[in-house]
Write a protein of this length. Structure first.
Lengths: 318, 86
């Protein structure tokens, strides 16, 4: 029988999960890669597997079957286990894919088997791609981990992904225009309901007013929609949570930053400074005025420099 | 000629006398959003808040931020934490 799928096990002792095949008479044969006996699995209900190698190490697991349509479900959810392969290696008949643990799965969404209805990938995956290339029959989509999915260029949604959860990391993440288009398409093409969930956080940019109505409508239909937010532009903020040095600025929790275009998320949070401390001052735009605003911000002024030249005159020089 | 030099020196002294502060400040915190324009971590200039003092902040490229210092701060006030859910 030909090998229809293989993956590497990296510095791991135990892997476990589930297989399903297209019928009880269509079996897969699993070679665990350590010289031990192969195992057969067959059935349209969950066929649990657990392989304890005894010690952590590197092995290659190979799965053989009559053809690639035999394996329909693959789950690996052993905590801490690292398996790796490219999405393009998944067998063409796969419909249900879940991989957690500490996996380092790679690849592009465009290479998923066309029949995948359930895609769930966490761990330390580095999946990339364009959401527009997701399989047409997708009903469940979760991608977290270290994915750098960064694009959506439009799609007609004929099947509802009742759970759609994308949390990318920097430098991945969709720009606002793509987020708007995705939300608008999901709203235009589908009817939403309670228990449905749309989550677009992590390094995904926030939506703009272009999709506000769509978000409101999806929520009115009962779904939960969670999106990124941004710091008010050029406001002073105190960082209260950060993944890793706040998008490359070197800033950590407790530091202050004058906001640019940073996108906030569940992992990157701030509190805006509304009033200065006793070591600070309020600025107004006119003499003895009350409008708290700068009189002039020269185009290109650089915020967040380590130091500035500061001059204070008794009165505005003429 | 002597009169001209003298006049220039006098003008220079007059100009200098209008300067309350002229130095580098490190770790200056700047808010430039309308409604919350402020500076912090700048104790050296916090006493100049009278609504008339003019401040000029210059970055490393020579770009400027200018306005009037209104009031000394009375204690940091932070908005509720934002991020994650909108």
């Amino acid at each position: 029988m030909p090998v229809i799928f293989s993956f590497d096990v990296i510095n791991t002792q135990i892997i476990s999960g589930v297989f399903r095949t297209k019928s009880a008479s269509d079996a897969i044969t699993v070679d665990w890669g350590d010289g031990s006996a192969t195992q057969n699995f067959a059935g349209t209900s969950n066929q649990a597997y657990s392989k304890d190698y005894g010690t952590a190490g590197n092995r290659t697991v190979t799965i053989s079957a009559a053809d690639e349509s035999v394996l329909t479900r693959f789950i690996m959810n052993q905590t801490g286990a690292n398996i790796t392969f490219d999405l393009a290696d998944l067998p063409s008949g796969l419909a249900y894919f879940t991989c957690y643990g500490s996996n380092t799965v790679t690849g592009n969404l465009a290479d998923l088997p066309v029949g995948v209805a359930n895609f769930e990938c966490g761990g330390s995956n580095t999946v990339t791609g364009n959401l527009s290339s997701l399989p047409i029959g997708l009903t469940y989509f979760i991608c977290r981990g270290a994915n750098t999915i960064s694009q959506y260029s439009g799609k007609t949604w004929t099947t509802k992904p009742a759970t759609f959860d994308l949390r990318s990391i920097y430098p991945g993440g969709l720009p606002s225009a793509d987020i708007d288009q995705l939300i608008n398409d999901l709203n235009d093409d589908l009817a939403w309901a309670a228990e449905n969930v749309i989550t677009l956080t992590g390094s995904n940019a926030p939506p703009t007013s272009e999709s506000s109505a769509a978000i409101a409508n999806i929520r009115s239909e009962g779904a939960t929609v969670t999106v990124s937010t941004t710091i008010p532009r050029v406001s002073l903020c105190k960082i209260t949570a950060t993944q890793a040095n706040f998008f490359g600025t070197g800033k950590v929790v407790g530091d202050y930053i004058t906001a640019g275009t940073q996108t906030l998320s569940t992992n990157n949070k701030v509190q805006q400074v509304l009033e200065p401390s006793t070591s600070g001052v309020k600025i107004v735009s006119s003499e003895s005025g009350t409008t708290q605003k700068w009189t002039n911000i020269e185009s290109g002024f650089a915020f967040n420099e380590a130091s500035y030249s500061v001059r204070v005159d008794k009165k505005r020089p003429v | 000629m002597i009169q001209l030099v003298g006049a220039l020196m006098a003008a220079s002294k007059l100009r200098q006398s209008t300067i309350l502060f002229d130095d580098t400040i490190t770790d200056l915190r700047i808010s430039a959003s309308d409604g919350t324009a402020l500076l912090d971590n700048c104790a050296a200039i916090s006493g100049f808040g009278n609504g008339r003092s003019w401040i000029t902040i210059t970055d490393s490229a020579g770009k400027k931020l200018e306005g009037y210092i209104k009031l000394k701060g009375t204690g940091e006030v932070l908005e509720d934490e934002i991020g994650g859910i909108s």
